[in-house]
Design a protein around this ligand. Structure first.
Ligand code: NIG
Ligand code: FE
Length: 406
């Protein structure tokens, strides 16, 4: 048994509570055995039979469930600082993409980078994320766009799962863009996805989810439906990059197909917001992408008023969101999406867990949950979000083991 004490405020975040209910306890302690939480509550009520447990000191900080970054494009070759500079001069994200840059340029770089180099690059990002208190990371393919290179990205995630501490939840995003070599025959690419790649990825358990980018210049609503229905029939969970740059009906499709989540959603129509709330599909907000693309931030109040669960993630990728700093996304969500600190905390814990199908085991500190937690050097979550700094996280526990202790 292990015990963490000297906690100013502990946030238990019960999975089915209301948005504002993060179940804060002051003067708290947490106990865990192996990879499982056994006790989380007032230090005064710690069971006495824990007397010979190993003890750790939280230094008076607050403790939250291990953070979950539920939307990243973790594995990619190269970077796109030149496009960032071009956008500052006035070029648009969609124009850059249409002229062969954007996602296409990262596809070229990813195809040209060998698997060992991709593993090393992603591992370095994961180690920084762990230091920030992140314990679980959803990670998409989508920069290979052919059989070998899509599988190469998923293989990177498989290797990372066994070579570093954080948990990776892989998503197949072969439908990120129609690759240039298929531009004149997109039906052939759809056939490759639906008849070969999705069944193979599912059968080899290389991914848990299938995602589609539904947008002008990417995939149409009908194509998205076909791809996701195929994925569903193969046993994969569903996600959609929906209504990011224009209103395309992706959010409504996510609700209709029973997707676990839809992401971005800045331009989602009112009726689709209601449909997602009713279906229990998590709305994953990605404020770092809004920041970099100067797009509107998700109107989170509207979503929450409709009863939707709003998660917050980084969208880490080399184009629209070149940062894996989840704390930055959280502070942006508070300031620009008008979410309360409690709602933001849910957005990176219980709601994020739900967006990757793990809410029965992750994203909460109730007994029986995974022993994943972060010790934050702040008296409470208000102070944490308000005082943005390089790293407010002092300690990170993943599956019962310390991965970070400063
Ligand atoms: O989530 N929207 C599509 N995909 C990514 C960006 C990918 C890129 O620019 O490389 C996103 O924003
Ligand atoms: Fe994304």
């Amino acid at each position: 048994m292990n015990i963490l004490t000297n906690i100013s405020t502990l946030y238990r975040v019960p999975v089915d509570g209301a948005h504002e209910d993060v179940d804060a306890v002051s003067d708290a302690a947490v106990a865990w055995e192996g990879d499982t939480i056994r006790y989380a509550g007032p230090v005064a009520e710690l069971p006495s039979d824990y007397a010979d447990a190993q003890r750790f000191d939280a230094g008076g900080g607050c403790v939250v469930p291990g953070l979950i970054d539920c939307h990243t494009h973790l594995c990619f070759g190269g970077w796109r600082g030149d496009e960032f500079a071009a956008r500052l001069e006035g070029a648009s994200y969609q124009d850059i993409q249409a002229s062969g840059g954007g996602i296409n340029s990262t596809v070229r770089a990813t195809r040209n980078t060998d698997i060992d180099a991709l593993v090393a690059k992603a591992a370095s990002a994961l180690s920084d994320m762990a230091a920030l208190g992140v314990t679980t990371v959803e990670a998409k393919s989508g920069y290979g766009l052919d059989r070998d290179n899509e599988l190469k990205q998923l293989e990177v995630y498989r290797r990372l799962q066994s070579s570093q501490a954080l948990e990776i939840v892989p998503t197949f995003l072969g439908a990120h863009l129609v690759p240039v070599e298929y531009r004149e025959r997109r039906d052939d690419y759809l056939a490759l996805l639906c008849e070969e790649l999705i069944p193979e990825v599912a059968q080899r358990e290389l991914a848990r989810f299938c995602d589609v980018f539904i947008e002008e210049n990417a995939f149409t609503l009908d194509e998205g439906r076909r791809i996701l229905e195929t994925a569903k029939s193969c046993g994969l969970g569903l996600k959609i990059h929906a209504d990011q740059l224009s209103s395309g009906g992706g959010a409504g499709l996510a609700a209709e197909l029973g997707a676990v989540s839809a992401e971005h959603l800045e331009y989602a129509a009112e009726g689709d917001i209601r449909a997602m709330a009713d279906a229990g599909t998590v709305a994953v907000s990605l404020p770092i992408a809004s920041l970099y693309l100067r797009e509107p931030f998700l109107p989170a109040r509207k979503w929450i008023d409709h009863g939707a669960r709003v998660a917050v993630a980084t969208d880490f990728n080399p184009g629209s969101a070149p940062s894996y700093h989840l704390h930055l996304a959280m502070t942006l969500a508070a300031v620009h999406q008008r979410m309360s600190p409690s709602e933001v905390l849910r957005g990176v814990t219980s709601h994020a867990a739900r967006a990757i199908g793990l809410h029965a085991t992750h994203g909460s500190l109730m007994p029986g949950y995974r022993a994943d937690l972060a010790v934050i050097d702040a008296p409470d979550i208000n102070h944490w979000l308000y005082h943005f700094r390089p790293n407010a996280c002092a300690m990170t526990l993943k599956s019962g083991d310390w991965v970070e202790r400063r």
